[in-house]
Design a protein around this ligand. Structure first.
Ligand code: ZN
Length: 251
């Protein structure tokens, strides 16, 4: 049993007893963790808003080595998700982000860079910046950091380089583009336009010199097509649609 101190994003809170909750968090140091927060359901509790969804907090918890639950001993709010009470689209986007973190990460599997990327995305979603850009950039970056980024420059079947920027087949099962020779017999294929491929490639290129501008990605003519493709790809990866996906209609 040892005390652990780390920053964490609150992903899920479920009632456990009359006075306690079980909180699932994505932490910087230890990845996803679940811990019991004793007294969290009391009116006067020691956590003071730190355990609200999408909040970022500094936590101390007792890490149990056996099967029993970790115990949250301290949680200090570092960043409240302010849009929760004033902008439904931003709230849904924030809830979608934490749902993805919960679905695509495992307990005790730390991803420090993903934690930082998620904190940055939450700050963007919770500000006046483009919601569409913030969300799709986060999704692509998350897929990249977790090793799920689709192959776009080579055929996933034979490894040959994609020669043209014409319409290409994208295999959801295979996770990337498929050349005409490898196409036969494959299922769950989506035909992707050259404009969408261009935007996808731009999204997956994380060079610092990336062009910046207001609504740059979401103003792209193929944005809607890429949005649909990324949603389908994530759905396919998880095996079912994330609960919040249907609330992202405006995006
Ligand atoms: Zn091929």
């Amino acid at each position: 049993m040892d005390h652990q101190k780390t920053d964490a994003i609150v992903l899920r809170v479920v009632e456990f007893s009359e006075t306690s909750c079980i909180v699932t968090m994505f932490s910087r140091k230890l990845g996803k963790i679940s811990a019991i927060a004793k007294g969290a359901r009391r009116k006067k509790n020691p956590y003071e808003g730190a355990l609200d969804l999408i909040a970022i907090c500094r936590i101390v918890f007792l890490h149990k080595s056996s099967q029993s639950l970790d115990i949250l001993t301290e949680a200090k709010l570092e960043r409240r998700f302010r849009s929760a009470s004033r902008d439904l689209d931003r709230l849904y986007a924030g809830l979608y982000l934490i749902e993805l973190l919960n679905l695509l990460t495992d307990e005790a599997d730390p991803h420090e860079m993903l934690f930082d990327v998620a904190c940055l995305a939450i700050a963007r979603i919770d500000s006046d910046s483009s919601l569409k850009d913030a969300l799709i950039e986060f999704e692509i970056r998350m897929l990249d950091l977790l090793g799920h980024l689709p192959m776009l420059t080579r055929c996933v079947g034979c490894g040959r380089e994609r020669k043209t920027m014409n319409r290409v087949n994208f295999g959801l099962n295979e996770g990337g583009v498929i050349c005409p020779e490898c196409r036969s017999g494959k299922q769950n294929i989506i035909s992707v336009s050259s404009e969408a491929m261009e935007l996808l490639l731009r999204l997956t290129n994380h060079d610092e010199e990336k062009e910046q501008g207001p609504n740059l990605l979401s103003n792209h003519p193929a944005y809607a097509e890429v949005r649909r493709l990324v949603s389908k790809y994530i759905l396919h990866l998880i095996g079912y649609p994330p609960r919040l996906q249907k609330y992202l209609g405006n995006l």
